[in-house]
Design a protein around this ligand. Structure first.
Ligand code: BV8
Ligand code: ZN
Length: 243
């Protein structure tokens, strides 16, 4: 049996459930992760491409990087792991999906209560006036400029950026009040997202991790299930046997 009776009972009777996802849940959709074997950070230096300073000193390079990633993401679709979370959400009264991913796949799959901690690669914003631009509204320039003259950047949270305060506040609140917290496909190395499973644990939640391998939080959670989230999550929904 892949799932303990304790896990199944805790989820079935949970009033409040929070999920944290990372790049691992999108790996089976062929979206590269960051730190795995073929991870993006193995080939590129994050400090050159995904920091606030990098954008200001070399906006063209950072735009090229996000256009490259946007191109990959525009060709992929959600996998059974994303859809299993859509299903789970319909059975839990108070459900919050907190994601570190910027790939929009949870939204495409149909999840409703999504907290995008690190923004969304399909959105853009002006660094000066914060005006939002959809992709098709972007001026055709290597480094698009806003009507106010400011530079436009991808609306993602880079290293050194503060996370959107309202999103972070709702994510912390969900982690503190949930009965069950499920951490899926994240190396739990990037803060403050990585602190959420521990915050949930400290507030009495039953914390489960689903990952391809052990992580830095594996020995601090209640249950650590090793495997592919795209296989495990549909099996979990099946075992829960919601009516
Ligand atoms: C901030 C941009 C205030 C968007 C990203 C406290 C302690 C230590 C450091 C800090 C701290 N507070 C702040 C920091 C600094 C920094 C940080 O955490 N650095 C770390 C690296 C040490 N944090 C920040 O700068 C944050 N800002 O806190 O502001 C501040 C600022 C400075 C100093 C103090 C305070 C901003 C963080 C956001 C950075 N933006 N990306 C983008 O391009 O995507 S981070 C990047 O990593 C992605 O967003 C990604 O989501 C995130 C986390 O990575 P994962 O999703 O976990 O992916 P990873 O590849 O690592 O792991 C994948 C996992 O999946 C693996 O475990 C693998 O085994 C598993 N897996 C693979 N396949 C599968 C699978 N599991 C299941 N099934 C599979 N099939
Ligand atoms: Zn502007």
């Amino acid at each position: 049996m892949l799932f303990s009776e304790r896990l199944l009972t805790n989820i079935k009777f949970a009033n409040s459930l929070a999920v944290l996802t990372g790049a691992g849940i999108s790996a089976e959709s062929r979206v590269p992760t960051f730190r795995g074997e073929n991870g993006l950070w193995k080939r590129y230096r994050p400090e050159d491409l995904a920091t606030a300073e990098a954008f200001l000193s070399n906006p063209q390079l950072v735009w090229d990087w996000y256009r490259y990633r946007r191109n990959i993401i525009s060709q992929v679709t959600p996998n059974p792991g994303h859809y299993a979370l859509v299903d789970l959400e319909t059975h839990i009264k108070d459900f919050t999906l907190i994601t570190q991913n910027v790939d929009n796949l949870h939204r495409i799959a149909g999840s409703e209560t999504i907290e995008e901690l690190h923004g969304n690669i399909m959105r853009n914003r002006c660094v000066d006036c914060n005006r939002r631009y959809n992709d098709n509204e972007l001026p055709h320039m290597d480094v698009p400029k806003c009507s106010c003259g400011g530079m436009i950047r991808p609306d993602v949270v880079l290293f050194g950026d503060l996370l959107p305060a309202d999103v972070l506040a709702r994510s912390i609140a969900a982690s503190r009040r949930c009965d069950v917290f499920i951490s899926i496909g994240t190396s739990a190395l990037v803060h403050p997202a990585a602190s959420l499973p521990i915050e949930a644990k400290n507030c009495g939640a039953y914390v489960v991790e689903i990952n391809f391998e052990k992580t830095v939080i594996s020995d601090r959670v209640d249950e650590s299930i090793i495997g592919q989230s795209g296989e495990i999550l549909p099996l979990l929904i099946n075992e829960l046997g919601f009516q």
